[in-house]
Structures are given as structure tokens and as C-alpha cells.
Design a protein around this ligand. Structure first.
Ligand code: HEC
Length: 172
């Protein structure tokens, strides 16, 4: 065989192996988990955009109703309607509302460690009363200078200072 033909045969083998490997890797993932993860990514974009928009346009001084408080009302409504649960959790040592917004269970504590170590997310599939859920934590950084107006301890912190913690029923 000519040199080019060897090269061609080699490339064909590599491409076929990649197709095969791709199938093996994706076959391992439960499609319900993939679907639900995409759903959580959509929710995360929606909630974060809403909170930042509210803070940017309306929360002009510290006496105003905070984006965090508005988000929590939104989360309560979604929970009451049986859709999903979301918690706004603080990852710094000083919290406005430590009783509720500190990491509470093992998942939230593990997520805090991972996210503070630089991971963007942390997730786990859990079963509660015969129903499966995706628990997923996503990082919240100090996205606006204005955040420091009420959270003095955020000044100069360019890492994650909080997390949205989702508990979403798997889309089976
Ligand atoms: C007007 C003041 C104000 C501004 C501005 C503000 N927050 Fe908050 N933030 C609060 C209040 C009040 C809470 C507690 C809400 C509750 O639990 O009911 C809170 C809670 C939080 C928490 C949960 C941890 C804790 O401290 O209780 C995080 C994380 C957080 N805010 C991040 C941010 C980010 C990021 C920004 C900028 C986009 C921001 N905040 C802007 C007032 C503010």
C-alpha cells in the first residue's frame, strides 16, 4: 500500500473507534438524567438572569427588596405547585440569613466544598419515596458591583460566593 493509503486506513480506524466509544459513553448515561440536567440548565439560566436583572434595574439602594428575597418567593411558588425545589445557599462565612441559607445536608455541604474548590457544579441522583430526583448545585459569583452594597464581605471576591441548589424530579 502507498503511504497515503496507510494514513487513510489509520484515520478510518480512529474515526470508527471514536464513533464506537461515543456510543459506549452515551449509552452509560441514563437518558432521564441527561434530560433533567438540560432542564436544570435552562432553569438556572432563567433564575440567574431574573435575579441579576431585578438587582440591576430595581435594587438601587440597600433598603430595597433584594433580588434574593424575590427569588425565594419565586422558588416557594414553584415548590407549592409541585414543580421543583431550589434553595439559595451562601458559601461565605458571613451570611445575611445564616439559619436558612447555610448549607444544610450532606449534599449541600459536599457541593460547597466542590464549588469553593473551583468546580462549576455538583450533582447527585437520589431516590425519595420511590421517586428519583436530580440534585444539582450551580455556582453563584459576585456578578455585579452592586451586590457588595448589601454584602460587604463579597468585596474583592472573584470566586463563587453562593450556590443555587436544585432538587428536580427526573423527567423519566
Ligand atoms: C438590597 C440588598 C441586597 C443586594 C443588592 C444583594 N443582596 Fe444578596 N441578600 C440580601 C438579603 C436580604 C438576603 C437574605 C434573603 C433571605 O434569606 O430572605 C440575601 C441573600 C443572599 C445569598 C444567600 C446567603 C445569605 O447571605 O443569606 C446570596 C448567595 C446572595 N444574597 C448573593 C447576592 C448576589 C450575588 C448579589 C448581586 C447580584 C446580591 N446578593 C445582592 C440582600 C441583598
Amino acid at each position: 500500500m502507498k503511504k497515503q493509503n496507510y494514513l487513510f486506513a489509520g484515520l478510518a480506524v480512529i474515526s470508527l473507534s471514536l464513533v464506537f466509544l461515543h456510543d459506549v459513553v452515551t449509552a452509560d448515561e441514563d437518558p432521564a438524567v441527561t434530560r433533567t440536567r438540560q432542564h436544570v440548565e435552562m432553569l438556572d439560566t432563567l433564575y440567574k438572569t431574573a435575579i441579576v436583572l431585578i438587582t440591576d434595574k430595581y435594587v438601587t439602594d440597600p433598603s430595597k427588596f433584594s433580588g434574593a428575597s424575590a427569588a425565594k418567593m419565586l422558588f416557594d411558588t414553584m415548590k407549592e405547585n409541585g414543580y421543583h425545589e431550589v434553595r439559595l445557599v451562601g458559601l461565605t462565612d458571613i451570611l445575611v440569613n445564616p439559619g436558612i441559607n447555610a448549607p444544610q445536608d450532606d449534599f449541600e455541604k459536599a457541593a460547597k466544598e466542590k464549588i469553593l474548590a473551583g468546580e462549576a457544579t455538583h450533582e447527585e441522583v437520589v431516590t425519595m419515596e420511590d421517586k428519583r430526583y436530580l440534585r444539582k448545585a450551580t455556582a453563584v459569583p459576585v456578578v455585579l458591583e452592586r451586590c457588595v452594597m448589601c454584602h460587604g464581605n463579597f468585596a474583592g471576591n472573584d470566586g463563587a460566593i453562593g450556590s443555587l441548589m436544585y432538587t428536580v424530579p427526573l423527567i423519566e
